[in-house]
Design a protein around this ligand. Sequence first.
Ligand code: AP5
Length: 213
Amino acid sequence: MNLVLFGPPGVGKGTQGERFSSENSINHLAMGDILRAAVRDATKAGQQARTYMDSGKLVPDGVVVSMIEDRIVKDNTTGFLLDGFPRNVAQAISLDDMLAHHHLTLDKVVFMDAPEEDLLERLSGRLICRACGFGFHRHYSPPREAGRCDRCDGELYQREDDREEVIANRLHVYRDQTEPLLAYYKGRPGFIRLDASGEMQAVYTALKEAVRD
Ligand code: AP5
């Protein structure tokens, strides 16, 4: 099974995408995580991406398209869930071209949405483990011990782009550049619109049911 999850920052793509991929034994290809790893490892792509990410802008298409193609080709034996790619219409066209080139297809495209006040609350309370990358939320999924990861005891931190002023810019970029993907994908077989405003388990149940239908 090959899927795309798209939607605004903080809607829960990472939370739901990771669980769905792990339970279905498919690869979770999260563009933001791939970019953050490149920044951490100071690769050439990471160096190019850093300033865009810190200010909440999209990294140039040329950088992200080749990074994701490498991962899709390398990891396509069991299927994949793309989280955070494509993020504009040009990237969606590149994705269609690369899938056709590698004789792959998309089975489902899931658009997740929630009211802006929920997005702001989710992003501003998010905590990430520095060691394993697992995500928590101060109120909705707090760690057992403050500041430490339940899974690996790593240190929890707030993402640089989860500061209030950067969140505002990410939401603006989303409305301007990513929302037009809705028109691109809406009429396709396998397109799903998912209300992601409920609590995590309810959203996950709805996602599983929608993908199964
Ligand atoms: P990326 O890391 O992909 O950020 P994003 O799309 O802005 O999405 P987030 O990771 O912030 O949110 P999410 O929807 O995954 O929510 P999550 O599950 O964590 O990208 C970062 C940057 O990289 C971009 O700004 C850009 O610069 C660059 N980039 C990435 N892809 C690119 C591309 N294709 N092209 C160009 N540039 C690109 O949930 C958020 C919080 O809410 C968590 O704390 C979670 O615990 C909590 N939560 C989740 N669901 C619920 C719920 N139902 N109820 C209550 N709390 C919830």
